[in-house]
Design a protein around this ligand. Structure first.
Ligand SMILES: *[C@@H]1O[C@H](CO)[C@@H](O)[C@H](O)[C@H]1NC(C)=O
Ligand SMILES: *[C@@H]1O[C@H](CO)[C@@H](O)[C@H](O)[C@H]1NC(C)=O
Length: 197
């Protein structure tokens, strides 16, 4: 998902939600929550390159925790914040689209939680091979939408990819610094002006 696709997803998310809201959810007789078959169908959208279709199964306001200790880890209460700060930031460090393979789906149907095991493969801008397993524990509502996620990622690989492929941290003494780049914490320009004139 490049940034354009991301922007597209964010722009059309409310439309998609409005459009699907009136349609009846997956026909289910005995499952209050999506079954493993339903979930596999949803995940196949991500795998087949339909991120907008995939993400339409997630509530815009939810609880999303990216687990582990690395630059993208954290808790998000908004889907768009997760997509920009975590997914988009990672994708920005990649040379192309990642490939996803669904390894396993457990739960769903009578259980409000399900667990999806995914393999994610990509090449970073600097050539580093990313080949990791992501585990997403997801809680569903009875309308078949995800309301909570705990996504477990490879912390070391994530930290290395971000570190090596963002200009904030990839500099060496050979780099000519020609633009102002204060870093993620910003710089107090007022203080700089007072101290250095
Ligand atoms: C930052 O990285 C981007 C993408 O690799 C590059 O186009 C841009 O020139 C870099 N900016 C600086 C200030 O190095
Ligand atoms: C950085 O600037 C110096 C001096 O202008 C120049 O000789 C050198 O080639 C530049 N390095 C890069 C990587 O552009």
């Amino acid at each position: 998902m490049n940034l354009l696709t991301l922007a597209h997803v964010l722009l059309f998310l409310p439309l998609t939600l409005a459009a699907t809201h009136h349609n009846h959810p997956h026909p289910r007789t005995s499952c209050p929550y999506p079954s493993t078959t339903d979930i596999t169908t949803i995940w196949n959208k991500l795998i087949s390159g339909n991120p907008a279709g995939f993400i339409s199964h997630f509530r815009p306001f939810l609880s999303w925790t990216v687990m582990g200790s690395h630059p993208l880890a954290g808790h998000y209460e908004k889907l768009s914040l997760f997509i920009v700060n975590s997914e988009g930031r990672l994708y920005n460090a990649l040379a192309g689209q990642p490939t996803y393979t669904l390894v396993n789906v457990v739960g769903g149907c009578e259980s409000e939680w399900s667990v999806q095991e995914m393999r994610m493969q990509a090449v970073a801008k600097n050539g580093r091979i990313l080949d990791e397993i992501n585990i997403w524990a997801t809680r569903w509502d009875t309308e078949g939408k995800v309301v909570q996620v705990r996504s477990y990622v490879d912390g070391w690989a994530t930290a290395m990819i971000i570190h090596e492929n963002e200009n904030w941290s990839d500099s060496t003494w050979l780099t000519n610094r020609t633009t102002y780049m204060p870093g993620p914490n910003g710089v107090d320009l007022g203080l700089v002006a007072r101290e250095f004139g």
